[in-house]
Ligand binder design. Sequence first.
Ligand SMILES: [Zn+2]
Ligand SMILES: [Zn+2]
Length: 386
Amino acid sequence: MPLKNRFAEMLPEITAWRRDFHANPELLFDVHRTADTVADKLREFGCDEVVTGIGRTGVVGIIKGREDGRTIGLRADMDALPILEATGKPYASQNAGKMHACGHDGHTSMLLGAAKYLAETRNFAGTAVVIFQPAEEGGGGGREMCEDGLMFRFGIEEVYGMHNWPGIPAGKFAIRPGGFFAATDQFEIIIHGRGGHAAKPHETTDPIVTASHVVTALQTIASRSVDPVHQVVVSVTSIESSSKAFNVIPEKVTMKGTFRTLDKDVRHQTEERIKAVATQSAAALGAVAEVKIHHGYPVMVNADENTVYAADVARSLTGQCDEAPLIMGGEDFAYMLEERPGAYILVGNGDSAPVHHPEYDFNDEIIPAGCSWFVGMVEARLPLRA
Ligand SMILES: [Zn+2]
Ligand SMILES: [Zn+2]
């Protein structure tokens, strides 16, 4: 595949974009500078249409190939994290307390590089839609773009995304079919008891003892309820009593936690078990448990066929594509993959600090691989007939 040579030539230019985004990180939907820069570049590249304001601050570019055909979407994320940067790089964040610590500066730059190439060459039959979304880090920007009609409006039939991954060799690819990134849901359990003197427990309904039983019983969801061939994590991460005294049994205990699953049915089962375990354990001890579930991103599921297409393109570029590990973190590309078949691939960032770490930096050497894969997906899925 000759793509890599072209992107080796474009590397200094794309690296300069990446470092400019890195120096100017923005959070969640507040990515105005980034989105304006992206839209300006897409217009400059000669995209057939550039649409802004989808999913609040999302940007879409339309590039038509030299022949008619189907439409595929390529997606990158634009937002940074509320972290104080500690890389000491000359292009480090100029916005103290904000940092591109997940490499979305790199994703945006690689997709821009691919857009420039696609607009120049147009060696495909159909339409490439480049999607730049805000608010991946917890805001659900992908969901908002879908709710704004992203898929219908541009006729997108398949959609592909990519994330850099520290620990995978630089520029090497890894992917897996099926549930890949976890659903990230939260729960809150409030145990209502009856408070009183710590020396007269028989006159109270102790919510601390009840909460302790609930925490222990929640462990049976992973060990006794969910089929052991499936993955599930249930973690209680906070327990707060309404009493701060040594000699007062409180009225109330509030617990918080998260549960992570990689399958829709297991997600539903886990939620139901949390509610039943909490309310019924509390009832057995004479207390009342109130359970609130806050849904996060759904499970991100790679479609089987599209995973094969994505791996084939990766293999054509680098000679290999490894099986990726399951990731218990969330990814809001899940919403796009709920609407259309597609796949999400990891590209190695080499031996860097992990993502979300103050010393993390996107590895500019992997830009040619990432750009080539985006372009490769378009050319492979929308081949010219003539
Ligand atoms: Zn992240
Ligand atoms: Zn990320």
